[in-house]
Structures are given as C-alpha cells and as structure tokens.
Design a protein around this ligand. Structure first.
Ligand SMILES: Cc1cc2nc3c(=O)[nH]c(=O)nc-3n(C[C@H](O)[C@H](O)[C@H](O)COP(=O)(O)OP(=O)(O)OC[C@H]3O[C@@H](n4cnc5c(N)ncnc54)[C@H](O)[C@@H]3O)c2cc1C
Length: 450
C-alpha cells in the first residue's frame, strides 16, 4: 500500500489527526503555498463535548461527526488519507503509517489522547471507555442490552448487577454522563419498562479526589455535586478504584459495588507515536514542545493540542489544560507560524487565552466559569447550549442537534434507543487483519516514501 500523494514543487505539511487542533491548521493553510496531507484513523472529524449524549441515546453519532472529504471538497493541494500512525524517522523526514510511508517538510502531531487506565489491566479489559463516538455507541448498546436482560434474568443479584451503573472519574465527562443517565432513569425507564421497578437502577459516580470538577472553582464543584445528588446519583468522593472482578468494582477501602456497566472516564494519556523515545515525552506521555509548538530536538516536527506539553507559557508552567480551545488556538497560531517560517519571519510564541470552562448536569442546569465570572443553574445551561451548538461543524448537524434537543426537552424522551451493532464486511475484516500483522519497522525504510 502507498499514500499515492503526488510529489510537487510545494513544501509538504503532514498533519496527524483531524481533531480540533489538526483541523484548524488544515483550514488555515487553505490559501498557503503548501501541499497539505491530513492523516486520521477515522474518515470523520468528531465533536467530543457531546459524545456523552450519543452514549445516553440523545444524539446519533452522525450529528456530532463530519466527514473530512466533505469538509475539504474542492480544496486544492490537499490530500486526506485514512491511516494510523506507526513511527517516525526524523533523520529521513519520513512518517510510517498503516498504509505506508510519507515524507514531509513539516510534520504536525495533533492526534489527541487515549484513555488512561493507569496500568490496571483488569480495568482496561473490563471497563467501557468513552473517548470517541465508536466507544459511546458501545456504551449505549451495553446499557440498553443490560436493561433488556434485567427484565428477563433469573436472579435478583444479576438484575441488580445489570441495573447498577458505575462511572469512575468525576471530571466534566463523568459529571455529564452521570446527569444524562440519571435523566434516563427518571424519565425514560418508567415509560419504556413499565414492568420493571426503575428505582432499582443505581448510578454511582466515583472520584478519587475530594471534589468533582477539580479543574473548576470549588463552589462550582459543590453545585455540581448537589445537582447530581438531587437527581439521585450516588456521588462517592475520596474513593479509589483498584480493580474489577466477578462483576464487582473493587475499591481501595475494601468495599465493592456490583455492576455490569463499568464506565471509565478517569484519565487520559497522549496518543503514543510508536518509536518516539521517552526523552521527547513529558507528563501523561505528552510530547514536549517549546513556545512555538516545535518538538524539542526534532527538526521540522511540531505537536499541538492534547498530545503536546508546553511548559513555556508562564501562566501554565505545568502545561495547558487538555481542552478544545487550547488545541484550536495552537492550531491557528501554528498555521501562521509555518507561513512565517517560509518568509524567514520571526515566529510568534503561544499564549493561551482562557475562554472559560463549562459542564452541564442534566436538563436546565450547568456550571460555567469565565475568568472571574462564575455561573450555575439555568442561565449557565442556556449558555452551554449556545456555545456547543455554535461549535458543532456543519449547518445540517447544528439543525439536527437543535431539533433533537428541543424534542428531548419537550417530550422528556430521547428517541434513539435502538440496539444496533455494526458488522464489518469480510473484505474489511481481512484487510485489517493483514495490516495489523505487518511489521512496520526500520527495514521498510529502504523502500521509497511518497
Ligand atoms: C468525552 C469528552 C468530552 C469533552 N468535553 C470537552 C468540553 O466540553 N470542552 C472542552 O474544551 N474540551 C472537552 N474535551 C476535550 C477536548 O475534546 C480535547 O481537548 C480536544 O479534542 C483536543 O483536540 P486535539 O486536536 O488535540 O485532539 P482531538 O480533538 O482528540 O483529535 C485527535 C484526532 O486524531 C485522530 N487520531 C488519534 N490517534 C491517531 C493515530 N494514531 N493515527 C491517526 N489519527 C489519530 C483522532 O481520530 C482524532 O480525529 C472532551 C473530551 C472528551 C473525550
């Protein structure tokens, strides 16, 4: 397999990852003199802040995803390739991927993060992560299947295991998914399963620290906790999960909770780049960069967004928070800096402009912080709706999401509760098997790169 990207007299910028950051770079290089190659393991851009609504059957994956090929229709000097990154050979300026090699003049890592299980193999094998739309669909199917099985199972113990949901991680994602599931319990279960006692469904939100939303103001953490408790969520603070065995989540204090829906949203680590040595990596496996997002020690290589760690911004000596705005702002500046480089102009250093943080807790309530302004309740919720709707890519998606929200708000009922599993065609399965068994090592460097 090969990239089949034509060689041209233009310099080539290869971007790995079409998330918030990667997309900004690609968009902002539209009128530049570069050839741009965007690589992503999916053929679509996704909008993570609403993934929890896909998991709780409030939105379809297609409403928060957008195909790259549609975004870049009619774009000149631009190539998208669906591939996964394997390794980098910086001396030759070559990137190795699942579909072959590509040479670059400038390479940008913008591949975001993956779920961090902190080395706990039990948890990794058993827990359901929720980092992308595909995992969110896995969670939605598991939840709905467990409800169906709870109606027909033989023992009370199994029924309780099927109806208990344990969410580990009290950050924004944990809080939002707990709120959405509490609404499911309160409004949907009684209607959909009139012959099942919906009060049996118990939702546990477990956090190792002493408050939820640790990145926000403590007063807002208390509001979030109070909202969730009012909705019936069992918030458990200062509790550390140590494992999962026989359908029970084990806690460090020796106690355990029975569940077959064990959701892990407790931490992230940067997406690894096969052979990138530890000297290039910092906390959480993030690639170390300077104030211009240049990877320290690799010529022509940059990293942005969640995947990078910049400690040069004086307001953020431990690195920036892993938020969409950081990736977007870094992507925008890097596109400008690449063009400045070509003109031998001085590069501009990155300073994060904090636009605030938000989290929603079910219908009508949210928490928001903008610099010194703090808000909670209905007004914060309206702002949350507005900000998120504005940020979703594509007019069609905005309309569908808005329609779904209005429908769900008025009817108290998400209408997307089908259990659907995707089945891959044999041809696709076999190709994936072939590609994953191939060895992409240094020996392949003897072959040419596109
Ligand atoms: C559930 C959830 C909710 C969130 N909610 C919020 C929120 O409300 N507000 C907020 O500011 N932030 C939120 N975040 C964080 C925010 O999504 C990230 O900070 C942001 O997406 C980072 O942008 P990025 O460009 O660095 O990476 P991403 O947007 O994650 O994009 C990475 C891209 O790289 C691709 N990729 C990954 N690995 C490879 C590989 N090996 N090869 C090729 N391609 C690869 C992926 O498919 C993806 O398209 C949330 C995150 C999650 C998971």
């Amino acid at each position: 397999m090969s990239f089949n990207v034509p060689k041209s007299d233009k310099k080539r910028v290869v971007i790995v990852g079409g998330g918030f950051g990667g997309l900004q770079v690609a968009n902002r290089l539209k009128h530049s003199d570069f050839q741009v190659v965007l690589i992503d393991r999916n053929n679509y851009h996704q909008f993570p802040p609403l993934i929890y609504q896909v998991a709780s059957a409030g939105l379809e994956p297609s409403s928060i995803s957008f195909p790259f090929r549609k975004i870049y229709q009619r774009r000149k000097n631009f190539f998208f390739r669906m591939a996964t990154v394997r390794s980098i050979f910086p001396e030759q300026r070559i990137l190795q991927t699942s579909i072959g090699k590509i040479s670059y003049n400038y390479l940008i890592f913008a591949a975001g993060t993956t779920t961090n299980f902190f080395g706990n193999k039990d948890v990794e094998e058993e827990a359901i992560p929720m980092k992308n739309v595909s995992e969110a669909m896995g969670l939605r199917n598991a939840l709905l299947e467990n409800f169906e099985r709870a109606l027909t199972c033989a023992s009370e113990q199994e029924r309780q295991e099927l109806l208990n949901v344990v969410i580990v991680g009290g950050g924004a994602t944990g809080v939002e998914v707990a709120g959405a599931l509490a609404e499911m319990k309160n409004y949907i279960l009684p209607k959909d399963y009139p012959d099942m006692d919906s009060s049996l469904m118990q939702i546990y939100l477990i956090e190792a620290g002493n408050r939820l939303l640790a990145a926000m103001n403590p007063k807002n953490s208390s509001h979030a906790e109070q909202y969730l408790r009012e909705m019936g969520v069992n918030v458990m603070l200062n509790k550390m999960v140590t494992g999962y065995e026989n359908h029970r989540v084990q806690l460090k204090d020796g106690s355990s909770i029975a569940t077959r829906t064990f959701i892990w949203v407790s931490g992230v680590a940067a997406q690894p780049v096969g052979n990138l040595g530890t000297e290039f990596l910092g906390r959480g496996g993030r690639i170390k960069v300077d104030e211009y997002n240049r990877v320290t020690g690799l010529d022509g290589v940059f990293a942005i967004g969640d995947q990078c760690l910049m400690t040069a911004d004086e307001d953020y000596p431990n690195g920036h928070p892993q938020l969409a705005q950081v990736a977007i702002q870094q992507g925008r500046l890097l596109a400008k800096n690449l063009q400045r480089l070509e003109k031998n102009k001085e590069l501009k250093a990155f300073h994060y402009r904090n636009l605030g943080a938000m989290a929603t807790v079910g219908r009508n309530r949210a928490i928001a912080e903008f610099s010194k302004i703090r808000m909670h309740g209905f007004v914060a919720w309206l702002m949350w709706l507005f900000v998120h709707l504005r940020s979703i890519l594509g007019v069609r998606n905005k309309i569908i999401v808005l329609f779904n929200w209005i429908w769900n708000y008025v009817s108290y009922s998400q209408s997307l509760r089908m259990i659907v599993y995707a089945r891959k065609a044999k041809e696709v399965q076999e190709r994936e098997k072939r590609l994953s068994s191939q060895h992409w090592g240094k020996d392949l460097l003897s072959e040419g790169a596109d």
